[in-house]
Design a protein around this ligand. Sequence first.
Ligand SMILES: Cc1cc2nc3c(=O)[nH]c(=O)nc-3n(C[C@H](O)[C@H](O)[C@H](O)COP(=O)(O)OP(=O)(O)OC[C@H]3O[C@@H](n4cnc5c(N)ncnc54)[C@H](O)[C@@H]3O)c2cc1C
Length: 406
Amino acid sequence: MTHALIAGGGIAGAATALALRKAGISSTIHEAFPAGADDVGAFLTIMHNGMNALSAIDAGTLVAEASFPADSVEILDAGGLRTGLREYENDPGAHLGPRTLRRSELYRVLQDAAVDRGCRVEHGKRVTRAEHRGGAVHVGFDDGSWAEGDLLVGADGIHSTVRTIIDAEAPSPRYTGLNIVYGYARRTTPADITCRYRMGRGARAAFGYIHTPDGETWWFGRLPGSELSREEMAARTAEEWKRYATGFFAEDGTSMADLVRSTAPGDIVVSNAYDVPSTPRWWRDSMVLAGDAAHAASPAAGQGASMALEDSVTLAKCLRDLPTIEVALTAYEGLRRDRVEQLVAASAAHDSPPPERSEVDSGGARETSAAPDTGPARRRWLYGHHIDWHTRIPETPGADDSSPST
Ligand SMILES: Cc1cc2nc3c(=O)[nH]c(=O)nc-3n(C[C@H](O)[C@H](O)[C@H](O)COP(=O)(O)OP(=O)(O)OC[C@H]3O[C@@H](n4cnc5c(N)ncnc54)[C@H](O)[C@@H]3O)c2cc1C
């Protein structure tokens, strides 16, 4: 196989281009947006396993330089009192500790690296159709143009078009019952401690915030509510969104209500949270899914980006090592499906209200002590996942090329 077409220049798309390049396979990224990408306002944290995947494709340092460390997580109760603390340095794979950055910045770093290393990125190219014909995949765009390659990687996010091209019956994303609000507040007083998440569950909504090293506080709230259409989001002004979000934290003794109030109206982002628990078909012919297009966890997991990065590296290794596209895609699905579906299920359990919630782990830290503490084993499974670039993928379906780091 010589050339791949990648739908989507987000995290999975750009990382797949980098990984394929390292595997000796050229690619072109086709990104729908004229510049940047979709819904890039929020920030995210790449956990140990995601940083590990980035290192496998020589992008760990680039991302580290564009981000700040997330050293620890302190759990707060609704009164603002600390109920737990996790220092990430004690976790498996801690030498590649979690990093926080804006999603737009991550896209930029990965896309720039892809271009620097010889990959092509075409913006303003929304994939609308694709067909496998004559041993090649032909991909059509909304501007009427077509491209041809050996493989189409659908890295086009949670509302993936490629998912429905592969399988017209593929389930749609599931609304989680939560609106996510993000904000960037400029501090007027020095932070007590930077690079530490404070998060927890208030009387009405889950929340989190972190003081950045350069004088801002980044915060989020997961607000129970109905799914919002674009029109409904636009119908409220930023000031009205601020008032709405503040109301969810007004009864709590945390800093959240003040943080929301002190955020400039232009620095607040609202979206719906969805997940995709299971996609029956990950690939067909020479078309395959990666990242949120294949599986998407609610943001509560803090793992969507990391899982997308793992997908990209594993997919490239399978294509590098296995004799045909069909064998490679079978192996890729076998290596990835159980892990990501387990993660999506854990994240959905996290979002459900107590007492159904059995296990809670947000960005790596427990928010309640209602369930037995399975923390260390869980953390090893999730964060200790190590993909060795040089280990070859065996031809046996389901064989695992990864192991927890020690
Ligand atoms: C509010 C919010 C907060 C989150 N916080 C975290 C976090 O803290 N940690 C974490 O790990 N994850 C987090 N996530 C999840 C994470 O953002 C996603 O899992 C991750 O972005 C998935 O990467 P992706 O490349 O698969 O999809 P995306 O990053 O969504 O990229 C898809 C790309 O495809 C493009 N595209 C879409 N359709 C087409 C088309 N037809 N043709 C061409 N291009 C197309 C889009 O414009 C976009 O650039 C969060 C998600 C949300 C919504």
